[in-house]
Design a binder for this molecule. Sequence first.
Ligand SMILES: Cc1cc2nc3c(=O)[nH]c(=O)nc-3n(C[C@H](O)[C@H](O)[C@H](O)COP(=O)(O)O)c2cc1C
Length: 183
Amino acid sequence: MTNQNAILLTALKSLRQSRRFLDTPVAQADLEELLEVARWTGSAKNTQPWHLVVVTDPETNKALAGCGDFAGFLENVTASIVVAMEGDNRGVAYDDGRLQERVMLAGKALGIGSGTAWFSHRAQRQQVRDLLGIPDHLEPWSAIGLGYTDVSQEQAAPQLSGRKPIEEISSWGQFGRPAPGNS
Ligand SMILES: Cc1cc2nc3c(=O)[nH]c(=O)nc-3n(C[C@H](O)[C@H](O)[C@H](O)COP(=O)(O)O)c2cc1C
């Protein structure tokens, strides 16, 4: 494996949600690069069913923090990207998640920490719409909070970290069968 590919694999395995950030702002050029990465995300039938609103105003990010049950950490971000989707079916949800994961990985490549915050209830999404002037046909399901991670602070409670063992979440050939050589 080349060094570059090994770095990529490490990045894929080590992307974590940041929730505590330093005050240092994210440069506009980096935000533009994140939008460019987002733009190239694949979507069902190439519909590109999204509109992204970049928010760098601290007061607006504080207001967004109040629009979701677990969005409080947006209070600390120096920028966010609100992802507004056309529709709410499974395909659109998949496209949304794919775009967000890409932006978060691109952020990592730029040294920027990120975290997704969901606006789960209709009333919360209406609040986001009103705040940002988003038209009614778009659903602002969530925002990606961005900034330089404050590594001196815990980012999450222990139950929000770690993963189930590989044997619990995967099978080989038939459900419940372990990997060859691991029986
Ligand atoms: C669909 C989805 C919704 C999420 N919503 C929130 C959220 O509203 N607030 C939050 O702090 N984290 C949110 N998260 C982050 C998860 O809590 C986090 O990914 C999980 O605890 C694993 O931690 P890690 O990403 O740091 O490994 C969300 C993640 C996903 C995939």
